[in-house]
Design a protein around this ligand. Structure first.
Ligand code: ADP
Ligand code: MG
Length: 259
C-alpha cells in the first residue's frame, strides 16, 4: 500500500532504517538510513569517504553485491525488497556516474536503444531512435556525431557525463540516483551535469533526484531541497542547503568518532 505524504503525494523514494551488508557476509555497511524524496525534489547525500554513499546507491539499484539486512525501501509506494536490478530499471529507477563503463563495439545510439527497450519495452528502429534523440542532443549541446561513437571509448570527463545525462533524458526515469565518482567532476563535466539535470527537470517536474557527492560545487549548481549527512552508514543529520555549506566550510571532523 502506498504511503501518502501530508500534501497527498506519494514519495518517489522512501527509505526507512535501511541496513545492508556485503552479500558475501560481514558487518552492516549501512546501519540505519532513513530519507524520503518527494516528487520533484532534489536531495543530496554527503559524507566522508567510506561512509557508505556508494553502497547506498548500489543497494537502491538492487546490486547483487549487497544484502539488505533490515529496513525498507519504497519506490512510488511499493516495497521493492523483492525487485531485482532489471525490474528497478524498468520501473524507472536510474543510476548514473559511478560506473562509467567502456563497452567495445557498442555505439552510444545502440546502447540507448537497448536501454530504452529494457526500460519501456519498446523497440525503436535506429532511424526512429536517431530522430527521437536529436532534440535532446541539441538541448544538451551534444554534437550529433556523438551518437555513433563507441561507448565511453576515449570520452573526456565531460563527454562521459553528457552521455549519462543523455541516457537520463531518453529513459525518462521517475528517480535518478547520481553518484559522483570519488575523483569528482572537472569543471566541464560539472557544468554538463548541472545544465543537463536542469533541462531534464524542466520536462519531468516530478522527477526525484538523489545526488551523492562530497563536493559543494555540484550542489551550488543543483540547489538541493534537502541535504543528508551520511556517517558510518547512517544519516547523522538532515538539513537544508545550509548544511552542505557548513560541511564544505568545516569538514566532517565534528561528526566522526574520535580516533
Ligand atoms: P563511500 O562511497 O561513502 O566512500 P562506500 O559505500 O564505497 O563509501 O564504502 C563504505 C564502506 O564499506 C567502506 O569501508 C568500504 O570499504 C566498505 N565496502 C563497500 N563495498 C563493500 C563490499 N562489497 N564488501 C566489503 N566491504 C565493502
Ligand atoms: Mg563512493
Amino acid at each position: 500500500m502506498a504511503d501518502v505524504a501530508a500534501d497527498g503525494a506519494t514519495p518517489v523514494l522512501q527509505i526507512t532504517d535501511l541496513h545492508a551488508a556485503p552479500a558475501g557476509g560481514g558487518d552492516d555497511i549501512l546501519t540505519g538510513v532513513s530519507l524520503t524524496v518527494g516528487p520533484g525534489e532534489v536531495h543530496a547525500v554527503m559524507g566522508p569517504n567510506g561512509s557508505g554513499k556508494s553502497t547506498l546507491a548500489s543497494v537502491l539499484l538492487g546490486s547483487p553485491e549487497y544484502s539488505v539486512t533490515g529496513g525498507t525501501v519504497k519506490f512510488l509506494g511499493d516495497d521493492i525488497a523483492e525487485w531485482g536490478a532489471d525490474m528497478r530499471g524498468a520501473a524507472g529507477m536510474f543510476l548514473a556516474f559511478q560506473y562509467p563503463q567502456t563497452i567495445p563495439g557498442v555505439s552510444v545510439l545502440n546502447f540507448l536503444r537497448q536501454a530504452l527497450s529494457a526500460r519501456k519495452g519498446i523497440d525503436l528502429s535506429m532511424l526512429e531512435l536517431r530522430l527521437s534523440i536529436m532534440e535532446w542532443m541539441e538541448r544538451l549541446g551534444i554534437d550529433p556525431a556523438f551518437a555513433d561513437r563507441h561507448l565511453n571509448d576515449g570520452f573526456s570527463g565531460g563527454e562521459k557525463k553528457r552521455n549519462e545525462v543523455l541516457q537520463m533524458a531518453i529513459l525518462e526515469p521517475e528517480l535518478a540516483v547520481l553518484d559522483e565518482t570519488d575523483s569528482g567532476l572537472d569543471i566541464d563535466a560539472l557544468r554538463t551535469v548541472a545544465s543537463g539535470v536542469r533541462e531534464v527537470r524542466q520536462d519531468r517536474p516530478e522527477l526525484g533526484i538523489l545526488v551523492i557527492t562530497h563536493y559543494q560545487r555540484l550542489l551550488d549548481e543543483l540547489n538541493p531541497d534537502t541535504v543528508h549527512l551520511l556517517v558510518d552508514g547512517r544519516v547523522a543529520r538532515t538539513g537544508g542547503p545550509e548544511l552542505a555549506r557548513k560541511l564544505e566550510a568545516e569538514g566532517y571532523a565534528e561528526w566522526m568518532a574520535p580516533a
